[in-house]
Design a protein around this ligand. Structure first.
Ligand SMILES: *Cc1c(COP(=O)(O)O)cnc(C)c1O
Length: 381
């Protein structure tokens, strides 16, 4: 038997594809390396021959994909001598920023929208010692303030406008290709600021890039000067499909949205920071944007939990809600291989989960006959 090398986070693992040097002190919580699970029961409901995989990013250390970006952003901030980081957040960025700042022994300032953040995320940021500034405004207002304050204050922004964030997040695409042995045909994602869809495209493009073939021309990220692969690892890239909540869908409106509203608080964003790059991804990949209602989002969240045992937060479920609709209409053709990213863990937002849970609690006395009869009564059906 040979011992496997211990996995110690995505920077260590993908070191030669990330902007770190031999002496960089890596700030990691063991993020990345999340499961890619083939859905068993949901595709059967669709009555189509289709492979759907869920990339379960809720299993990152703080419960969302934001950890992939944060390990890079905080590692580079520390390398550059920063003593504090700052972000605006709908919740998960603040939880990740707080955790990685704690690990690095620097300060985290997080700006969150007053009252519109899921309980689990707030609990994390608070216990991890972030300094929390609740503002009477939405994410977009907070983001604007953060950009302005960072110009006049010695703090590093760790929102996805920090390019190291996307570098860390691109590794999700590497993992998917390595697990499938190919690129999927379609990659479906929730879109808020559109940093993650952009990051995935960077990752897919790097693995398809070669100096020697015509993919190079399409690879905007190396521009023919790719420092990495000279031989492509895969020959195709997926169509990138981004879903937005109906009440927060600037990519569908074609303009910014001033008062975004949705139950999926993680994507309650009306002024996406990666607007141009997301349109570029859309065009280069041949994918599309679409929107889902809050009802569709919650139904998909419930379906994933009930039919597959996968508990994700509402924003994450939009990737499946949209994919299911596009499979039904044939926009995603039969025989396709689809990956849906489940961006955050269901425990992030227990209130929404409980509110839409059908299962009532059966209250009985602590007696065998009562337990037995409750089981017998519910066994059928
Ligand atoms: C941040 C986040 C998103 C949106 O990602 P963007 O990069 O802003 O598009 C989606 N789902 C969850 C759970 C998130 O935390």
């Amino acid at each position: 038997m040979t011992l496997q090398t211990h996995y110690s986070g995505l920077i260590e693992h993908y070191r030669e594809r990330l902007p770190v040097s031999a002496d960089t002190q890596i700030i990691s919580l063991g993020e990345g390396n999340t499961p890619l699970l083939k859905l068993h029961n949901i595709p059967a409901l669709l009555d189509r021959k289709i492979d759907i995989y869920a990339k379960y990013e809720g299993l990152n250390p703080t419960g969302s994909f934001k950890d992939r970006g944060m390990t890079m952003a905080v590692t580079k901030a520390v390398e550059d001598g920063a003593k504090a980081i700052v972000c605006a957040s709908t919740g998960n960025t603040s939880a990740a920023a707080a955790a990685y700042a704690a690990r690095a022994a620097i300060k985290a300032f997080v700006v969150i929208p007053d009252g519109k953040i899921a309980q689990g995320k707030l609990a994390q940021a608070m216990l991890e010692g972030a300094i929390i500034l609740q503002v009477s405004g939405n994410f977009d207002a907070g983001m604007q303030l953060v950009k302005e304050v960072a110009e006049a204050t010695p703090v590093t922004i760790v929102n996805s406008i920090n390019p190291y964030r996307l570098q860390g997040q691109k590794t999700a695409a590497f993992e998917i290709i390595e697990t499938l042995g190919r690129a999927p045909d379609f990659h479906c994602l929730p879109v808020g600021n559109a940093g993650n869809i952009t990051a995935h495209w960077i990752g897919y493009s790097e693995y398809a890039c070669s100096k020697n073939d015509n993919v190079t021309a399409a690879c905007a990220y190396c521009n023919g000067h790719c420092p990495y692969a000279h031989e492509p690892i895969v020959s195709t890239r997926p169509k990138m499909v981004g879903y937005q909540a109906q009440g927060a869908a600037p990519f569908l409106r074609g303009v910014m949205v001033d008062n975004p509203e949705t139950v999926a608080t993680a994507i309650r964003i009306g002024h996406p920071q990666s607007w141009d790059s997301a349109w570029q991804v859309n065009e280069e990949s041949g994918g599309w944007f679409d929107e889902c209602s809050d009802e569709e989002i919650l139904a998909a969240q419930k379906l994933l939990a009930e039919k597959e045992g996968l508990f994700c937060e509402p924003a994450s479920a939009i990737s499946l809600a949209g994919a299911m609709r596009d499979v039904k209409t044939g926009k995603i053709p039969e025989g396709s291989c689809i990956v849906c990213t489940l961006t955050g863990h269901g425990l992030k937002d227990p209130d929404t989960a409980i509110r839409q849970s059908a299962g009532e609690l059966i209250t009985i006395e602590a007696k065998l006959d009562q337990v037995q009869s409750a089981i017998m009564k519910n066994l059928a059906g």
